[in-house]
Design a protein around this ligand. Structure first.
Ligand code: KG4
Ligand code: ZN
Length: 339
């Protein structure tokens, strides 16, 4: 009998539902919340309200596109954390309600593990290659920057992480300093394509071991721009692309240098990247280069699986389902959740 999992993701500002059958993706719907743009960041109350408005139509559409009905679902997987509590609550409550009405089990999913497991999503239109265990994963998102040894689908070991801001946060906060819209990461990426990456130099942290730090870079970027604006009010406008390219180069090299170190420390040469920042073209190019140089086997996800999506929740739910890892109906969302 095939196993069909409905995945629900609502940890931040994307409401998403996806259907996975035996590891194959049947549908993956994402409703973005544009309302946050005018505030320059995610407003938790508004996110929660938008999830409530979006969740039923998004699930309905995901089932339609998958060509199934509720009676075909074997279990509903939901993001339990980490994330915004008010946002998570909408997905968790929806999953529980569906579980009770359709008499199917629920499966809680750790959002961070799910980002990594996108590497195992199968697609009928594309037979990809999947990483063998163990492999290293650089997980870079808006809330997290971690280096992880993935020993098995659900067995992961954290070997390094940011001690302050995440890489995505560094992109977003610096973009905000430049007056660019939220989320700034993709905007910086686009601007950087026309800029010189060596136009300006920004500070890189001196961090021992495999940990990261990005708050110093953000402060350095802020003071640098403030100082230039004193003598040249048009500085940002006239140097947008160069600023973006130089900033991106700094963030990408901080990430890549640590990844190279992690490969050397662990001796693991199978390397993956995941999370929203893995959509960054500069990072993808630099990783390909590092992989060629170091003779690594590299796994870079398709763009649609980099930022938050429910396909990653459904695939994680699938691996938990086949291990009979179900969740009690009194499970509550958690804002902080280690990998
Ligand atoms: O994984 P994700 O969708 O949500 C979290 O779990 O945080 O990641 C969102 C982050 C944001 O900080 C966004 O600016 C960043 O990913 N991001 C990018 C790009 N696309 C998304 N950063 C740099 N370049 C991109 N192309
Ligand atoms: Zn995420």
């Amino acid at each position: 009998m095939p196993v069909t999992i409905l995945g629900i993701e609502s940890s931040c500002d994307d409401t998403s539902a996806a259907v996975v059958r035996d590891g194959y993706l049947l549908s993956n719907l994402i409703a973005n919340q544009n309302i946050h743009r005018k505030y320059g960041g995610v407003v938790p109350e508004l996110a929660s309200r938008a999830h409530q408005a979006n969740i039923v139509p998004v699930v309905d559409q995901a089932l339609r596109e998958a060509g199934i009905t509720v009676t075909d679902i074997d279990a509903v997987a939901f993001t339990r954390g980490p994330g915004l509590l008010g946002s998570l609550l909408v997905g968790v409550s929806f999953a529980k309600g569906l579980s009770l009405s359709a008499s199917i089990p629920v499966i809680e999913v750790n959002h961070l593990q799910a980002h990594i497991l996108v590497h195992f999503i199968k697609d009928i239109s594309r037979e990809g290659s999947y990483p063998e265990f163990p492999f290293l994963c650089l997980l870079v998102s808006g809330g997290h920057t971690q280096l992880v040894i993935v020993r098995d689908y659900l067995k992961m070991e954290l070997i390094g992480q940011t001690i302050d801001d995440a890489a995505g946060e560094a992109f977003d906060k610096c973009a905000k300093i430049m007056g660019l819209p939220y989320p700034g990461g993709p905007v910086i990426d686009k601007l950087a394509k026309d800029g010189r990456s060596n136009a300006f130099r920004f500070s890189k942290p001196v961090m021992q071991g495999l940990d990261f730090s990005f708050s110093g870079l953000k402060t350095n970027f802020l003071y640098f721009i403030r100082e230039r604006l004193l003598t040249d009010p048009g500085f940002i406008e006239n140097n947008k692309s160069d600023l973006a390219a130089s900033l991106q180069e700094t963030i990408v090299s901080i990430l890549t240098e640590k990844l190279v170190k992690a490969v050397s420390v662990t001796g693991i040469k199978r390397v993956a990247v995941a999370g929203g920042v893995s959509a960054n073209s500069g990072l993808r190019a630099k990783l390909e280069q590092a992989a060629n140089l170091g003779n690594w086997e590299i796994f870079i996800p398709e763009f649609r699986f980099t930022t938050d999506n429910a396909a990653m929740i459904a695939i994680t739910g699938f691996y938990k389902y086949i291990r009979s890892e179900f969740t009690a109906l009194d499970a509550v969302p958690v804002a902080r959740y280690g990998i």
